[in-house]
Design a protein around this ligand. Structure first.
Ligand SMILES: C[S@@+](CC[C@H](N)C(=O)[O-])C[C@H]1O[C@@H](n2cnc3c(N)ncnc32)[C@H](O)[C@@H]1O
Length: 369
């Protein structure tokens, strides 16, 4: 099986490289309005943002920044199939302007924007960001009432395009083989994720040519691989196409390759494509390690569950292990065996240049136990 991965250097407010109804899932993280690291970018997109910030009008700046994101959300409604899911990772911002401190609730504004475009909101996820400093508390130390709660969480907002679920052909193998284990379901479909910096992240950055992972994340605001990896497993099937309109360093594409889905991305900054070139060489090793780690964790779960006196009703078809539910029987992991760059994708007025990759997949190789 092969998957294709296209990346356009261009402005996602116009996704003209992506056809109507051609994407089954969106996984993305926009620049967060009112977080200072993105001020210049928003001013580039709309100079009136700069005027609002300079005059200390936080509300107006917040609205002007979201108006730029709204134009991307308009495009998502067009390219996403009916019943396709959009997952938007976003955090709120705290900021003082003209000596006035407040929170800018990005999650609420994005939720409103999607709902008004005909998306149905689904229950969302909170994930906890790393927090390691006692100096993080804002405001007046230990005196009431002017200290402020520290934001240590981000949202993954979830929406369905329209009010109808996606349909699959009866007994679609690509859906049944993309099943996840019961115990994974229990962790992934919980509404608070506390361990997203976990195992996958360490594996992900083994392949970063020794680069400093946290430094990369600081410069690009890259999210942990585990976030798009889980979301893709949760909300799409093998062979689907995943779009990230705010592609950054391509973490979503990395996850799409590892999960056997196609992907397409838009990114304004061409330098991030170079970062991705370094990351992509590690994909075969990464996809194999992730698949094997999932199987190992499942075997550990089986051992523990048996030790607790519970039994299993079903056997997996492709692996020597029992499973809890009938739906898991056909679960089948894949690994990437090769990734090749595609020729540059044709430029248009809106898209200056682009690139792409072809990934070849095979069933996960599992060492004899
Ligand atoms: C929060 S970062 C995404 C990081 C990404 N999830 C990753 O893991 O590397 C947002 C990205 O969107 C890009 N961006 C912002 N506005 C854009 C637009 N209108 N069109 C395309 N890309 C945009 C920024 O350059 C930045 O790389």
């Amino acid at each position: 099986m092969e998957t294709t991965h296209r990346v356009f250097v261009g402005d996602a407010r116009d996704l003209s490289g992506v056809e109507d109804d051609s994407v089954e899932l969106v996984v993305t993280s926009p620049p967060y309005p009112m977080i200072e690291m993105w001020d210049d970018l928003f001013v580039e997109l709309d100079p009136s943002v700069g005027d609002a910030l300079e005059s200390g009008d936080g509300r107006e700046a917040f609205e002007a920044m979201h108006a730029q994101l709204d134009r991307v959300w308009d495009e998502l409604e067009r390219v996403l199939v009916e019943g396709g899911i959009a997952c938007v990772n976003v955090g709120d911002a705290t900021r003082s302007l003209e000596d006035s401190f407040r929170v800018y609730p990005n999650h609420a504004r994005v939720l409103e924007a999607f709902e008004s475009r005909g998306f149905d909101p689904l229950p969302d996820v909170l994930w906890r960001k790393p927090a390691n400093s006692a100096a993080k508390f804002m405001g007046s130390g230990t005196l009431p009432p002017n200290a402020y709660v520290t934001l240590e969480h981000e949202y993954v907002l979830l929406f369905r395009n329209g009010d109808v679920k996606r349909r699959f052909e009866p007994n679609a193998d690509r859906r049944y083989e993309a099943a996840y284990f019961w115990e994974e379901r229990n962790r992934w479909f919980s509404d608070v994720w506390t361990e997203v910096r976990g195992e996958l992240q360490e594996l992900a950055f083994e392949s970063d040519d020794g680069g400093d992972a946290s430094d990369l994340r600081d410069r690009s605001a890259a999210y942990p691989l585990e976030i798009p990896y889980r979301l893709i497993c949760m909300y799409s099937a093998y062979g689907d196409t995943v779009l990230d309109p705010f592609w950054g360093t391509g973490t979503t594409t990395l996850a799409a390759m590892c999960t056997g889905r196609n992907s397409v991305g838009y990114e304004l900054r061409p330098e991030f494509l170079e970062v991705f070139e370094d990351r992509v060489s590690g994909v075969p090793t990464l996809s194999r390690s992730i698949g094997r780690a999932r199987l190992d964790r499942h075997r550990e779960f089986v051992r523990q569950r048996r030790e607790d006196g519970n039994s299993f009703g079903y056997e997996a078809e492709y692996y020597d292990t029992p499973v809890v539910t009938k739906m898991e029987r056909e679960v089948r992991f894949r690994e990437v065996v090769d990734v090749d760059p595609l020729e540059a994708i044709g430029a248009t007025d809106e898209v200056d240049e682009g690139t792409g990759y072809l990934a070849e997949h095979a069933p996960l190789s599992v060492p004899e136990s």
